[in-house]
Unconditional design. Structure first.
Length: 318
């Protein structure tokens, strides 16, 4: 691949994309499906894909509106989340004029990012599950949060309320702040990370058969009486535990190898956050859309966390 089209920034550990923008592939790309496949493989192997500008429609006036809301609406939560499958907005008053506008912006944003991913990462088109979108208005630096909710500690993602059952968590971020960079740390990718820490985090203690522990019995009882119950696979149980374990492990946080990344205003980046340990040190006003990529859509399945963990423990986890 020509350096002018995609170059790896070794200091910042990302792959900068210049052959795709909001109008689609550049005319120089003759094999679009092949290029899309290559970029998908890079992502699955732990690379971060970086765009200096959003590769999808993101009106400037929408960004300005979202940034301005923080200063005038004290009811705006730390995160505004949008659930596209239900067209529901959370974390923002939805009945007044500004709430309605926020809802419209988040709906449009989610739709535009979904169209972008379907074109740019063609192997996943029609296969991914569209998850939540969010707007993150608060400054990340010096936030007072409980340990397991802190964003400034290295972690891999797992969702307590939305189990993936082996699917991968792909996230698209855009820094919409006009002047502030969004600063991350990233750590060693999942395969070596798991080889070093998974056993200590309790991988072999995770039951692999549904109904083999008290939690499964409680979930069945809740469903029997008509109450909601989240059915997690053994994989999801471990990934939640691993998320907490990494944040609790002060030796890992201080001594593990890491890279510092600084995403400038309007930068957009894509990353599988279940496989790339990351921490947000500073930055304000980011948009984000999450996708769940099912195992059958992956091009490098052996790099997926579930494959790495199953190989380590010799058991099926989902």
């Amino acid at each position: 691949m020509a350096a002018a089209e995609a170059t790896t920034n070794s200091a910042q550990n990302w792959l900068e994309i210049s052959d795709f923008d909001c109008d689609g592939w550049s005319q120089a790309v003759l094999d679009q499906s092949g290029r899309a496949r290559w970029y998908s493989q890079q992502l699955e192997q732990g690379q971060i894909l970086f765009f200096s500008r959003p590769p999808f429609k993101l009106p400037e006036q929408d960004c300005e509106f979202l940034i301005g809301r923080r200063a005038v609406d004290s009811r705006l939560h730390k995160n505004v989340s949008y659930r596209p499958q239900e067209d529901i907005l959370r974390g923002s008053p939805d009945g007044n004029e500004s709430g309605i506008r926020t809802h419209q912006i988040m709906r449009s944003y989610s739709s535009e990012v979904s169209k972008f991913v379907s074109k740019f990462l063609l192997p996943y088109a029609g296969k991914f599950r569209l998850d939540f979108a969010s707007f993150r208005p608060l400054e990340e630096e010096n936030r007072d949060l409980p340990l397991h909710k802190r964003n400034d500690l290295l972690h891999v993602d797992a969702f307590p309320s939305r189990p993936t059952r082996g699917g991968r968590i792909l996230r698209v971020f855009t820094n919409i702040h006009p002047t502030k960079h969004r600063v991350w740390l990233t750590g060693e990718r999942f395969p070596p990370l798991a080889r070093q820490y998974a056993d200590d985090a309790g991988l072999r203690e995770i039951p692999t058969r549904s109904g083999s522990n008290m939690r499964s019995r409680v979930r069945r009882l809740l469903r029997t009486v008509g109450l909601p119950a989240i059915e997690r696979s053994a994989y999801d149980e471990f990934m939640l535990r691993f998320h907490d374990y990494l944040k609790e492990n002060s030796a890992f946080q201080t001594s593990s190898s890491k890279s510092r990344l600084s995403f400038p205003p309007l930068a957009t980046w894509l990353v599988f956050t279940d496989g790339v340990p990351h921490a947000a040190l500073s930055g304000q006003s980011a948009l984000e859309q999450t996708f769940i990529i099912p195992p059958q859509a992956l091009l490098v399945p052996e790099e997926a966390p579930i494959s790495v963990l199953e190989k380590l423990c010799g058991k099926k986890l989902a």
